[in-house]
Design a protein around this ligand. Structure first.
Ligand SMILES: [Zn+2]
Length: 417
């Protein structure tokens, strides 16, 4: 079994505790020992961790691996499957290059894009993070993603269902085709004027059917939910992963708290931040246009809700909705600073969301992830500098000389001796 010893690094173990100097011995794909005293390096490849910060690999909590600089729905529909598969493989690699050793798939533009790339990565034939493959979006007639008109039926990137039986069939289809996570569009969205963010086109019975069906296959359910009614329905129905969740009230927060050992939440604040800060102006989505769309109010609601969820100990993951032209995949670690600025996390707590919480979501059975701890899977980043004093270091690949996934050195620049 291969052995790698990373010596005398400053270890941030993912729990949020203060870093400490330690040796970390990796055997095969697992962390064998974390020791505050020097370990015997015999038979091991030695990596000099002195003056470096060692942390667990990060998890992107809402990955769109088939989105690359998207500006409109056309970018999801138009690419032929062959090109789109290659694009998805490129994006997967860009996440690993950025220190994301895990990606929780939100949804993909075609049903098997995430599945095919996940399978290639798992087989060791393509570089990429650990992937839980997202399904297509499942929506309802007139819901987010239904772009048909009576006079102009149009095949959008979503599966449109009405009623529990159609939902059951759609979820079974996604399970049969290998998706790990089934995506429901429960609420409306500011990009769909017909169904604003506070509306809830999907019915409780449909959500419940999706959850029961997906769980019967051992899969998880993701929900796009911005509305109060949508979020409450998801929490009651047993949805596993909730995205966005801007609007809330006291009852919603209480429901979250009751479910806090079961659910994960990804605020996906980047999309709104970038619009409000005029970073999407090049494609015409100026801050002014964002104002007409109600984005500042949604951002304010996001701050209120997710600050309250942080205080109640709800498990947040970072990331989400990277893959647009103004919010590209590979820059996902921007979320760390957003978590500090918008939701009041400390840098160490934000890193915990990216590592420990992400690992909890991604863990399967005995294969535990997200901590630098004996027995955990060896997904590690060695950083040149201190992210706890400057989180933007994690956006600079040149400051990340080592990326290890599953005990394998994906990247190792200049730290061997
Ligand atoms: Zn999304």
């Amino acid at each position: 079994m291969s052995k790698i010893l990373i010596s005398q690094a400053r270890v941030f173990d993912g729990s949020g505790a203060a870093p400490f100097e330690a040796d970390v011995l990796v055997e095969g794909n697992r962390i064998r020992t974390v020791s505050r005293s020097r370990l015997n390096a015999e038979g091991a490849q030695l990596i000099d961790g002195r003056n470096k910060f060692l942390m667990p690999g990060m998890t992107e909590g809402h990955a769109h691996l088939s989105f690359e600089a998207v500006t409109a729905t056309e970018d999801l529909i138009t690419p032929p499957p062959e090109e789109h598969t290659l694009l998805t493989a490129r994006v997967a690699k860009s996440l690993l290059d950025a220190g994301f050793t895990s990606a929780w798939g939100a949804s993909e533009a075609k049903l098997r894009l995430g599945v095919a790339v996940r399978n290639e990565v798992d087989a060791g034939r393509l570089p990429g993070p650990r992937i839980r493959a997202g399904s297509l979006e499942i929506s309802v007639t007139g819901g987010m993603g239904d772009e048909s008109k009576l006079h102009n039926p149009r095949k959008g990137p979503s599966i449109i269902v009405d009623g529990p039986e159609e939902m059951r069939k759609a979820v079974r289809l996604c399970c049969r085709e290998g998706c790990d996570n089934i995506k429901l569009d429960v609420s409306g969205d500011p990009f769909y004027p017909n169904t604003p963010a506070h509306t809830t086109p999907m019915a409780y019975e449909e959500i419940l059917m999706a959850v029961e069906t997906a769980h019967a296959y051992g899969r998880k359910v993701n929900a796009h939910t911005r509305s109060i009614a949508g979020t409450q329905a998801c929490l009651k129905a047993g949805v596993d992963m909730l995205f966005h969740c801007e609007y809330s009230d006291e009852k919603t927060l209480d429901l979250f708290e009751e479910a806090k050992d079961r659910v994960f939440v990804v605020p996906t604040v980047s999309l709104f931040h970038t619009i409000v800060k005029n970073e999407a102006a090049a494609i015409g989505l100026t801050a002014e246009v964002g104002g007409y769309m109600g984005i500042p109010a949604l951002l304010e609601a996001s701050v209120q809700t997710h600050t309250a969820l942080r205080k109640r100990g709800i498990r947040h993951l970072i990331g989400g909705d990277y893959g647009f032209a103004w919010s590209k995949n590979g820059t996902n670690a921007r979320d760390l600073q957003f978590f500090v600025d918008y939701y009041g996390y400390t840098p160490a707590e934000a890193l915990r969301c990216a590592t420990y919480n992400g690992g909890l979501a991604m863990s399967r059975g005995e294969d535990r992830l997200g901590l630098i701890k004996d027995g955990y899977l060896a997904d590690l980043l060695l950083i040149d500098g201190d992210p706890l004093s400057d989180l933007s270091i994690l956006l600079k690949p040149e400051r990340m000389p080592l990326i290890m996934k599953d005990g394998q050195l994906y990247k190792n620049q200049g730290s061997a001796r």
